[in-house]
Design a protein around this ligand. Structure first.
Ligand SMILES: NC(=O)c1ccc[n+]([C@@H]2O[C@H](COP(=O)([O-])OP(=O)(O)OC[C@H]3O[C@@H](n4cnc5c(N)ncnc54)[C@H](O)[C@@H]3O)[C@@H](O)[C@H]2O)c1
Length: 298
């Protein structure tokens, strides 16, 4: 059974790693895919269309339909060209997978303005800009056909953002921003039939392979092939009731994350002296933030 027969999907950063696996599995399930990739290095510098072209060639050799796009998704005009290319080439757009990303890890005391700006731009604006242009298209289409469009946005967050990884303040802030954007867009776009979810993936790719030693078993669990099925299902017309979720997937984990909730409460106080012990007590009673394993810190 093919889940995405005839659907038109864009996957950003699909020349390598996690995005490449998304593109290949979406195509295997019948989607026509725009394979976007600037072909940048891990830190975001340089460009090269050959990774995107290789993925397109692989899809075509397996009998699928795909086209390459080399635009920088964090550029307003580039993101618009990519959305237009999907519609011009395949006649419509059903699925936008925002996956492209870069890293400039640094402890905060040494973080430069440039490292901050580069990472926030590619992840946060690189999610906003494609979403914004895609939503323009879907809003007009929904008006034209007189019903909701049954379209999908699938963003890429990270445990680094939602749990808070040391050494990744720029990347984590952007990834937590993407999780928040996902929740907000899910609420705003339900009306026109667009569901919005995010994944928090873990995989062994060029982005992560040098970070620590891994056993063969860990490397196998870190194959991006474990991540793509979640995206392929979410991309399908069948996933309509799932929206506003962040799904952790990869390295042996498959979980729906649970977000912020109001914790212990007290009537507001005007006197900070009186407030101090009350706040201490509430902070002690509140559920601890999760550690990087997703469980309450001890
Ligand atoms: N690998 C992991 O364990 C992991 C963990 C958490 C989150 N993520 C996220 O998953 C996504 C994919 O990461 P990956 O591990 O496959 O990395 P990767 O480096 O293998 O792939 C990222 C791709 O994005 C492309 N890219 C970068 N900037 C771009 C731009 N401005 N426009 C278009 N393309 C651009 C790169 O050329 C590259 O091919 C990223 O958003 C990353 O932050 C990965």
């Amino acid at each position: 059974m093919r889940l995405c027969e005839g659907r038109v999907a864009i996957v950003t950063g699909a020349g390598r790693g996690v995005g490449r696996a998304h593109a290949l599995l979406l195509a295997e399930h019948g989607a026509k895919v725009v394979v976007n990739d600037l072909g940048a290095s891990v830190d975001g510098t340089g460009n090269d269309l050959s990774p995107a072209n290789e993925v397109v060639a692989l899809i075509k050799s397996a009998g699928g339909e795909a086209v390459a796009n080399g635009d920088d998704i964090s550029s307003w005009a580039g993101a618009k060209r990519m959305i237009d290319q999907a519609v011009d080439t395949f006649g419509t757009l059903d699925v936008l997978v925002n996956n492209a990303g870069i890293l400039r890890d640094r402890m905060f005391v040494n973080m430069s303005e440039e490292e901050w700006d580069a990472v926030v731009k590619v992840h946060l604006k690189g999610t906003f800009a494609p979403c914004r242009h895609a939503v323009d298209y879907w809003r007009a289409k929904s008006k034209e056909i007189g019903k909701p469009v049954n379209a999908r946005i699938i963003n890429t967050s990270s445990t680094s953002g939602v749990f808070g990884n040391v050494g990744q303040s720029n990347y984590g802030a952007a990834k937590a921003g993407i999780a928040a954007l996902t929740v907000i867009l899910a609420r705003e776009l339900a009306r026109i039939g667009v569901t919005v979810n995010a994944i928090a993936p873990s995989a062994v790719t060029r982005m992560t392979e040098g970070l620590r030693e891994r056993t063969e078993e860990q490397k196998a669990a870190g194959d991006p092939k474990w991540i793509a099925p979640v995206v392929t299902y979410l991309a399908s017309a069948d996933s309509q009731e799932i929206t506003g979720r962040v799904i952790q997937i990869g390295m042996g984990i498959f979980s729906v994350m649970e977000g912020w909730h109001r914790g212990p409460e007290h009537a507001p106080l005007l006197d900070p002296v009186e407030l101090g012990p009350v706040l201490k007590d509430m902070a002690a009673k509140a559920r601890r933030n999760a550690g990087m394993d997703g469980k309450d810190l001890d």
